[in-house]
Each structure stands twice: as C-alpha cells, then as structure tokens.
Write a new protein. Sequence first.
Lengths: 127, 404
Amino acid sequence: MAYSDKVIDHYENPRNVGVLDKESSNVGTGMVGAPACGDVMRLQIQVNANGVIEDAKFKTYGCGSAIASSSLLTEWVKGKTLEEAQAIKNSEIAEELALPPVKVHCSVLAEDAIKAAIEDLQSKQGD
Amino acid sequence: MKFPIYLDYSATTPVDPRVAEKICDCLTPQGIFGNPASRSHAFGWQAEKLVDEARANVAALVGADPKEIIWTSGATESDNLAIKGAAHFYQRQGKHLITVKTEHKAVLDTCRQLEREGFEVTYLDVRPNGLVDLAAFEAAIRPDTILASVMHVNNEIGVIQDIASIGAICRERKVIFHVDAAQSPGKVPIDLAELPVDLMSFSAHKIYGPKGIGALYVQRKPRVRLEAQMHGGGHERGLRSGTLATHQIVGMGEAFRIAAEEMATENERILSLRNRLFDGLKDMEEVYVNGDLENRIAGNLNISFNFVEGESLMMALKDMAVSSGSACTSASLEPSYVLRALGRDDELAHSSIRFTLGRFTTEEEIDHVLSQVRSQVERLRDLSPLWDMYKEGIDLKSVEWVAH
C-alpha cells in the first residue's frame, strides 16, 4: 500500500512516544482498540492548572497509519484546551495524513483515544 | 547487494534466465512461433515437438506419464477444472466433497461455487501444526462423498501434507483425490506413479517458470473423468480447449527440467539459509513459528513477532519484500484465515511475517535481513503498549479490550 509522505514521516520519526504517570491527577489515559483487531492505542495527556494540555505521549500497536495517526494527534493536542482537543475530528486526521479509505478506521481510533483520555482525566478531577 | 531483497518466492519467482532464453526462442519470426495444432506445415510440427518435450519434462519431475498432463493457464484453472470437472461428472454418484480450511482460495472458492450449485462441502480443521488429522479426514467421508481436495504444500506456512496417507484413505473409500500442488514441485519429491492421487494441479511461476501457465495431472489408470470447463477446438483431449501457448509451455517445461536436475542440491542450500535466518531470530523474546517446522519446505519461514503488528513491521523492513498475515495487509481487514485455522490467537496472526527464500537468495542477504528484523522489531516494541504491558507482567487476555 502506498502511504503519503506524512504517514511515512510520522511512522519513521514518531513524535512524543512514551509514557506519563497514569496515577497522576493531572494525567488522563485513553487506551482503545484490541490486540485481536490488530491495533491498540494508548494516548496520555497532561494538563496544567489552566486546563491546557501541556504534554502528550503515546504508544501504539498497529499498522503504519495507526502509528502515524496517534503521533500526529499528540502534536495537535499540545497547547490545546480540553474542549479544543475534544473537538478534533477523525476526518481532520485522515485528511492531514491522506489516509486511504481502508485506513480511515485508524483515524477513528485516534479520535476515540483522545476522547477516552479526556474522559479519564475528567473523572479523576471530578473526584 | 541489490535492494529490495526479494523474500517472497511463494508469491511468485522470477523466471530463471535459462528458462527465459527458451521462451524467447518461441516468439519471433526467426523462432518457433507456429501453432502446435497446425498439422499441415513445419511451423506447426516444430511447435508441437517443443510442446511434447515440455510435457515430458513436466511429467518426469512428478513421475507421471506425459499423456496425463493437461496444460492450463495456471494452478487456479487446474483447481477449477479438477474440482468442478470431477464434481460435475460424478454428481450422480453423490454430491459431497471434502476439503480443508487452510486450502488456497482457488480451491475454497471453487467449493463455494459448487455449494451454490447444490453440492455439500465439508471444510476440515487442521491440527495446531497445520497438518490434516488423518482420523478426522477419514471420519468426514460419507457414502455420497465423491471427491476430496487437499493441498500438498501450504502457500502461507509451507507445511507439507501427508498426501500419501490421505490418498490411501481415498482409494480405500473410493473417493477421487485432488491435490493442489502449486507450491510443491521442485521442493518436495513427487512420484505420481506411486502416489494414490487422481488429480494434481501445477503452476509454472512458483518454480522459476513464467506466469499464466500451469498443468493438471489427470490419472489414466484407473481413468478419472472430468467435464470440461472450457469448450472450443478440443485441445488437450477435449479437456481444455484453447490454442496452446507454446512459449509459456516451453518455459514451464524447462523450469521443471531444471528443477528435476537441481532440486536436491538447491533445497539443501535453501534449507541452510532458512536455518541461518531462524537461528538468528529464535533467541528473541516472544517469537513463534507458525506451522510445523519439520514437515515444511526448505524455503518457508512464517514467524510471529508478538506485540508487533505485521504491516508496520513490513513497512519498517522496506529494503526487503516479504508478506504478512496481518489484517492490515488485506482489503478485507481480516487476519490470515490460514493462521486462524491453526487455532492461534488473532494477535499472532496480525504479528506474522512470511519469509520465503529461493534460488537467488544469498547468505549476505539473509545476514542483512537478520540485523534489520532484529532492530526494527525492537524499535516497534518500544512503540507498543502491549509490549509495555507484557513487560509489566500483565496478562493481556485478562484485559477488557474495547473492540472496534
């Protein structure tokens, strides 16, 4: 399958790979997908006192476009408020990476991952 | 070293330069371009002679009589002709067929078509090593079973089925036995004079011959009858009409002749390269060989790198051509049905890479592949949340995944 240069760039030089302390009260963790389906994304965000995402990390098991989608997302969410991050649509990721139709589900997974991370953070901070 | 390194010989092989030369002699005005069916002039006679020689070469490699070889366009057509042809001819004796879940689509989809026509088909499971359970096979035979189709060598995992034993069961129970042998000539000795096989499909392009040509072995004694699927000028004793493609037939014949001469030494060399590859990988953590390692052709290594997804690994291995059972490499987004039939977890199917080595693979290439695979698997595991969890001692089966 021919991938766009952007997918290949994110795949070969993934941004923000790593782990944040999932126990920390200002870190939200979203893990979506399933090994049996061939992709699992773990996306983590860390917010400051103003509710702005100051750091984001990911690890992804999946194909090149799944890795690229999550890498791109970590770049996009940094500096955004939770509301802004919540509003990111999978179609924007798919468009930016020029994902082929058969790979659009990778961008859906990335959108699910950020939503899950935000939900995790809000449930922590709501306590 | 030339990049990318070709390690996908089970998909197709390059044409051996010796074969290509013979093919080229059958095309131009200076060559033997005549129609082998032309009886009235030397152009036809010369072409017919070359076709006869090729038929004898194909027959010789597999221990058949040349009269038992029918030219087709490839193994897919041979499978169709054998299975549909026999099913249609013998349908008054019964309408039940047996095949195996790990067969090639050329067999499975042909059986599906027969189901639509009112036949019944049993699709047998395989053991975890990919081999057919003989007792289960025998138990599947019914009074109305007319044909069984079992492949010789599996295209994905390279395991060799015990066709002698399966054939013996078929003989005893009076079931016609078809073998899809697209992947085996030149890799496994075949002696149809001894083997209890009625129909066997062959391909040229898996054995350094050209694409678009294959053959079907149709046993003469006892005679197996088929209903033709292609009608026309009555070529190939009426079983497969259509002008014979002299150049392709000559190419297939030469490829089979070379294989007969060289297969013993070639397989020894390829096996030592395969062992070199496997020895260089087997000490890695969480690496699994898919399919039986002993009953396997020399050139195949199908291996799963757990916690790494196959397509992303193939993307990382960009200076080599391999294939994967990962869903992401297929349009259907389903992982390999062959690996699933082994009863392996889906994630191991997603993590599989098939290396198939062949005539032009070198030791230098294998060493390069080894270092690339090791470093890229490590890199992707560093990216993998599943690897983290495995390292933390979390049982991935105990996790409730959000399936999508």
